[in-house]
Design a protein. Structure first.
Length: 126
């Protein structure tokens, strides 16, 4: 089975005990679940980044706000950007509302609607 090192995102196989690139122990990662989720937002596969955005939102990982905002602004994959916007709609950081409001004029109608939905979600949750 193919796995990724959670430290450098090198692809390897599940039978390896250390990462062939960075040497990290693949069986031991003492970081918290939230820290691992935030780190996984840098995954090289867009499908994985989008799924992690969903997990971050559902688990209310407030420590991911900065990274999610970065993804919204710079990720090349539209689905990842949308997933990051949706995740932000579940986080109560004071900067989230202002950030989303600054994006309401977004050209892309799909993203614009997602931004409005996330702002409504924040309103309901407060």
């Amino acid at each position: 089975m193919i796995v990724f090192c959670t430290h450098c995102w090198t692809e390897t196989t599940s039978d390896k005990t250390t990462c062939p690139r960075c040497g990290a122990d693949l069986s031991l990662d003492s970081r918290s679940f939230e820290a691992k989720l935030v780190s996984a937002l840098d995954h090289p596969l867009p499908e994985a980044r989008a799924r992690i955005c969903w997990l971050v939102g559902k688990n209310h990982v407030e420590g991911a706000v900065e990274k999610l905002m970065e993804l919204v602004q710079s990720d090349p994959d539209m689905f990842v950007r949308r997933a990051a916007i949706e995740a932000l709609g579940h986080l109560s950081s004071p900067t989230v509302k202002d950030f989303l409001r600054s994006l309401v004029g977004q050209e892309n109608p799909w993203l614009r609607e997602t931004i409005k939905d996330s702002l409504r979600q924040l309103q309901r949750d407060s």
